[in-house]
Design a protein around this ligand. Structure first.
Ligand code: PLP
Length: 407
């Protein structure tokens, strides 16, 4: 269920008098949908069990109860958005041990705003003109092996990406048009270490930007890169931090965050105006981060392992099926999931066909099929995004599909 719909529902309930007293506490919305109105049904939208990872096309993650509470409890009053962004940002900066912070509409927006800030500073003329500044295009230095889909957020500002390989080439790439350097934290290969990357950026007095969007857990990563010297860091709000899906964090150097804010809504004209963050999402992002930092991360990790054992035990009751805990090395999606393999002579179905069958069944379950490190096809069942009651549903469905394929 979408935020807006929750809010609308509450609005309807409160005006209908007596019903208001029966309002379900906000916290309970996160796990279960209220029974009085099923908007999934009303619109014919299929609810999906996510036995995979956070993916935007699958609506990211489920907001924490604390986030729903923040959204619901702040929806009833107006606020000055400049003040709200400043106050939420100050609190987030305090929590993350950095100079300044802001809430963006996702990490991709943070990349646009960070680059824009590096280009314009606080110059109102430049803020007005970007991405159509006169003169040579601003340049952002990246490692060749770090090029990825999301770097379009950089060129959206009119900047050009300069690809480099190795520290020497990077050192030579700086010139008077260079406005920023970008590090993709989860890149498979790097020819410049994070430390050298920061040092070279500092040497040339150019701000360095760290994209660590999907890189919690571990929670320590939220502190690591600013400490390392990166001037700007982004994390998605709607991945494992479980804030609003359309929110993100941008934090780091104060002058850059100030400039990024000038390039953002609620100012009417700048490049970031179409990337608005609403009041409830700002409160929600703050609540999500606070809850995430306060959580018992070790216990959560143990819970994930327990889920894996539970599913493994049920599925391994099918002859020939073996389950193994897989821990993604990270930095992105660095959490455990269950890898299932089987003897296809005995269980006559491929992991890909199991995946399809799971997706097309009721309830629809999204899992991953692919090849393991040994090249063997496997089904990967994610556990970190499952609601508690979905653990056995997923296990039983996988078992059933595999059992039906027994020769
Ligand atoms: C998810 C992701 C983004 C985009 O983040 P949003 O919060 O969805 O805008 C950017 N970079 C990387 C590496 C990501 O994983």
């Amino acid at each position: 269920m979408k935020r807006r719909e929750v809010i609308k529902n509450i609005g309807l309930l409160s005006v209908s008098g007596g019903v208001a007293g029966t309002l379900v506490p906000a916290a309970s919305f996160a796990g279960t949908r209220p029974s009085h109105r099923d908007l999934f049904k009303e619109l014919g939208v299929t609810p999906v069990i996510n036995a995979s990872v956070t993916m935007t096309f699958l609506s990211g993650s489920l907001m924490l109860p604390e986030v729903m509470e923040a959204i619901n409890s702040t929806a009833h009053d107006f606020a000055n958005m400049y003040e709200l962004q400043d106050k939420v940002g100050a609190k987030i900066a305090e929590m993350l041990h950095c100079e300044a912070a802001m809430v963006t509409s996702g990490a991709a927006c943070a990349m646009v705003l960070g680059t824009a800030a590096a280009i314009t500073g606080k110059d109102p003329e430049k803020i007005k003109l970007i991405p159509n500044l006169p003169g040579a295009r601003p340049e952002v230095i990246m490692q060749k092996t770090h090029r990825y889909l999301f770097d379009q957020a950089i060129t959206t500002t009119g900047a050009r990406i300069i690809e480099v390989e190795g520290p020497e080439e990077m050192d030579k790439a700086f010139n008077s048009n260079t406005v920023m350097t970008l590090y993709f934290n989860a890149a498979q290969q790097s020819s410049v270490t994070r430390e050298a990357f920061v040092a070279l950026s500092k040497k040339h007095n150019v701000p360095s930007f760290m994209d660590a969007a999907a890189d919690v857990p571990p929670v320590e990563n939220l502190f690591k890169y600013q400490k390392m010297g990166f001037d700007l860091v982004t994390f998605s709000g709607g991945k494992m931090i479980r804030g609003p899906q359309s929110a993100g964090l941008l934090f780091g150097r104060k002058d850059l965050i100030e400039a990024a804010k000038l390039n953002h809504s609620p100012h009417e004209a700048p490049i970031g105006r179409p990337m608005k963050v609403n009041k409830e999402e700002m409160f929600g992002m703050y609540a999500a981060l606070k809850a995430y930092l306060e959580r018992d991360h070790e216990k959560e990790w143990q819970d994930w392992l327990t889920r894996i054992q539970k599913i493994k035990k049920i599925v391994e009751s099918v002859p020939g099926v073996t389950g193994q805990t897989h821990i993604e090395p990270g930095p992105a999606n660095a959490f455990p999931s269950l890898d299932l393999t089987w003897d296809e002579q005995q269980v006559k179905i491929s992991p890909r066909d199991v995946q399809t069958s799971l997706r097309n069944g009721t309830p629809s379950i999204v899992a991953n099929a692919g090849k393991g490190p040994d090249g063997k096809p496997r089904l990967r069942v994610g556990v970190v995004l499952l609601k508690p009651e979905q653990v056995s549903i997923v296990a039983q469905r996988v078992r059933e599909i595999l059992k039906n394929a027994l020769s």
